[in-house]
Design a protein around this ligand. Structure first.
Ligand code: GDG
Length: 735
């Protein structure tokens, strides 16, 4: 049976060892709940670190722990204290976390931590490889494991791998600061599907892939050497029913059934019925903006002093990563701030801030959500923020106001909340004022919409959406196999070739016989290519045509002495047997004087681009420009040219990082057909990589063998993934 392997830094169970016996207690976190539908026992395995270091696990218990974990469908990766320090507290939380949350000042770039991160990622990958079958599906989670997809892919080229990042992906300008940025991107590209919470993170990632790795990106697909990787956004939801039902039960509880915390909250309500409770819950993390929130609260009370004794702020800060110095400093800062504000403003009957620094049981979380009039969440940067969603889910009578930072991923889906910029104290103070005074009807109408959306796109739907998208992506590859040039298809082609008496080959040059160079003049043929073409050409019955958009001068220099047959400038000229080039088509060139200045104006405005002037066409090359900017300019140029040439007999070809303007009656298809019309061939073969070769694939007779190099849409019968495979195929035609 095929299984799903989920892999995350931590397991969805917590181990407790007491008096030599082991217990695994299921975690209540969002991820664990969300994955429940995916993680059904027997068909899935969850791999992660148990939370205990090698030093903390008595040797004699290690095997027993494995047995206990197995009962929960889990397996552990063993980490030493040193590994946890370098990998988790070090690289994950002192490099990636601050950088990806735009806290550059906290980001440390320690080579040693990076080395440990790599080593530990390999440990996770090895654990997957040990348990994974070829048809299993792997889902890797979060920033601690970004190198794992490639490490698994290298060993299992065909396996389905999905990756989801739970934190923001920063803009290219930030991401590129990291010394090991290429390795991290390459690591992620081992996946078939890469998911983010929001479109913005997706867009930032794609931009980094284009700029740093130079990969071709089309919409949300990345074309790697031989694979297409899909990138998409899947905003994570919550277990809506769990929170909603818990709140319902909570509201029906009698006073005797109330928790201690709820009793305190009740007595607060009784003593000051008009006072509003404002709640914030976060892990104690600088990205959550807790200190700023405290300053903003003070600012609000200074601006609207009439609310003194009429509001109370409850802050629940959950201890987190206390081994990292930055978090220790933050803890101190918040302790001091709370003390200062309370000291300054408290009265005999009023403490403005209730501050809890601990993790509370789930029931207490529900007590807080259901008792608070306002949830106030002001992260400075947050991948999603599930607390905002949980608060809304618990509002059974649809009362309550959510004030949410626009820097949280959840702000994208929670438009009906009051969105604020966490740095704008004036706006925050006014929004608090608005929230306190919001009529119930308005609260109800906002929360009705929010609840509907959260109930629909819950965490189960999120997980299922991701999994089905991953499956689709995988099937797409399988679907392509019918057109991929498989060894069996190639064998059949070779049989036809051997049987034939008169054979013709049309071979595109750039991107087919040779890879692309930044400077086209540098893509000159190598010895190996000459030898290959000579051997092919010398086989009786073979006619070889190089067919290219290049100018005749360059090909004269490179190939005329070799007496290769050539068609250049898309079909304007042709030469056979080392004779001078002759015109294959009569073409006009009077339009060039009008178009040249237009292209030149684009060169002036697009650094790195240049115009190539051929005898009968003009080409604007933008391979060396900034990829986003170049693509944008190409679009612009396309619009300009289309309007300019509307009545002319010329057309624009969009090639691979080049736009070429030429006479409409010239193309590789027409040229190839003219050659074919001069004799009868019983084996026709054409191979090429870009748009200009599509004319050829389209026009050649049905029986021709046409092969596209690359994974883009094509009219060719077959495709191969990359230029790397072309020569290997041609060599097969030489006995
Ligand atoms: C990362 C990203 C992204 C909190 N205190 C207690 C408690 N919680 C629970 C909440 C909520 C979860 O912890 C916190 O989730 P967040 O989404 O708010 O934040 P992170 O922990 O930073 O999570 C974040 C998330 O991954 C998912 O992709 O949204 O942006 O940073 O579920 O209810 N639970 C209990 N006691 C507490 O005291 N029981």
């Amino acid at each position: 049976m095929h299984k799903t392997i989920i892999i995350s830094n931590r397991l969805p169970v917590q181990l407790q060892i007491s008096n030599g016996s082991i217990e695994a207690i299921p975690s209540v976190g969002g991820l664990a709940t969300g994955m429940k539908s995916v993680h059904t026992s027997g068909e899935s395995l969850w791999i992660g670190w148990s939370g205990l270091t090698d030093e903390e696990i008595p040797e004699e218990l290690s095997k027993e722990i494995d047995v206990v974990l197995k009962q929960h469908g889990a397996a552990k990766v063993n980490l030493s204290q040193e590994e946890v320090n370098g990998f988790y507290f070090g690289f994950s939380n002192r490099t990636i976390w601050p950088l990806f949350h735009y806290f550059l000042q906290y980001a440390e770039f320690e080579l040693e931590n990076w080395e440990t991160y790599k080593k530990v990622n390999q440990k996770f990958a090895d654990a997957i490889l040990e348990s994974a079958g070829e048809d299993d599906t792997i889902w890797i989670h979060d920033y601690q494991l970004m190198l794992v997809p490639k490490m698994v892919r290298d060993k299992r080229p065909k396996i389905a791998i999905g990756f989801f990042l739970h934190i923001p992906f920063p803009s290219y300008e930030i991401f590129r600061i990291m010394p090991w940025r290429e390795e991290v991107l390459e690591g992620l590209l081992g996946s078939n599907l890469i998911g983010f919470h929001t479109y913005d993170y997706e867009r930032h990632f794609l931009s980094s892939v284009r700029r740093l790795l130079g990969k071709e990106v089309s919409f949300n697909n990345i074309f790697d050497d031989n694979r297409v990787i899909k990138v998409d956004s899947f905003p994570m939801g919550i277990d809506y029913d769990k929170f909603h039902e818990a709140a319902k039960i909570h509201n029906q509880n009698t006073t005797e059934e109330h928790s201690d915390l709820q009793r305190r909250l009740d007595s607060h309500k009784e003593s000051s019925p008009d006072a509003k409770l404002i709640l914030s819950i976060d892990r104690l993390d600088y990205s959550k903006g807790i200190a700023k929130r405290l300053h903003a609260f003070k600012y609000f009370l200074d601006k609207y002093p009439e609310y003194k004794e009429k509001v109370r702020l409850i802050i629940l800060a959950v201890p987190s990563r206390s081994n990292v110095p930055q978090y220790q400093l933050l803890k101190r800062e918040i302790d001091e701030l709370v003390g200062r504000i309370n000291g300054e403003l408290s009265t005999v009957s009023w403490t403005p801030i209730w501050y809890f620094y601990r993790s509370l049981p789930f029931e207490n979380l529900i007590d807080l959500y259901t008792s608070s009039d306002i949830a106030w969440l002001t992260p400075i940067r947050d991948g999603m923020n599930l607390v905002a969603k949980e608060y809304i889910a618990t509002r059974i009578d649809k009362s309550g106001v959510l004030i949410l930072s626009e820097m949280a991923g959840s702000a994208n889906e929670m438009n009906e909340s009051l969105l604020i910029n966490p740095n704008n104290f004036e706006q925050i103070a006014d929004t608090l004022y608005k929230a306190i005074n919001m009529p119930f009807e308005e609260q109800k109408s906002r929360n009705t919409q929010l609840q509907k959306r959260l109930a629909r796109y819950n965490v189960e739907k999120w997980a299922n959406d991701f999994m089905s998208s991953l499956q689709q992506q995988k099937n797409l590859e399988v679907g392509n196999i019918s057109k991929r040039l498989t060894p069996t298809i190639l064998k059949k082609i070779l049989q036809d070739y051997k049987k034939a008496e008169k054979r013709i080959f049309f071979l595109d040059y750039d991107g087919t016989l040779t890879g692309f160079k930044n400077d086209p003049q540098k893509a000159s043929p190598d010895e190996e290519l000459y030898e290959l073409l000579d051997a092919l050409k010398d086989i009786p019955g073979n006619e070889i045509y190089l067919i290219s958009g290049r100018d005749k001068g360059t090909f004269t220099k490179w190939f005329l002495p070799k007496k290769y047959n050539m068609i250049v400038e898309h079909g304007v000229w042709h030469s056979t047997n080392g004779e001078e080039f002759k015109m294959l088509e009569k073409v006009k060139r009077d339009w060039m004087d009008n178009i040249r200045p237009v292209l030149e104006s684009f060169v002036d405005r697009t650094p790195g681009s240049f115009v190539e002037e051929k005898n009968y066409s003009l080409a604007w090359h933008y391979r060396n420009t900034d990829p986003d900017f170049g693509a944008q300019r190409a679009n612009e140029l396309n619009t300009v040219l289309t309007s300019l040439i509307a009545n002319d007999d010329i057309s624009v070809l969009n090639g691979n990082k080049v736009m070429e303007v030429k006479s409409s009656n010239v193309n590789k298809g027409r040229a190839a057909m003219r050659i074919l019309s001069q004799a009868h061939y019983d084996f026709i073969f054409a191979i090429g990589d870009d748009w200009t070769d599509e004319f050829m694939f389209n026009e050649l007779p049905e029986e021709a063998t046409t092969i596209k190099v690359g994974l883009q849409n094509t009219q060719a019968k077959f495709f191969i993934e990359s230029v790397g495979g072309v020569r290997e195929i041609l060599r097969k035609f030489i006995p």
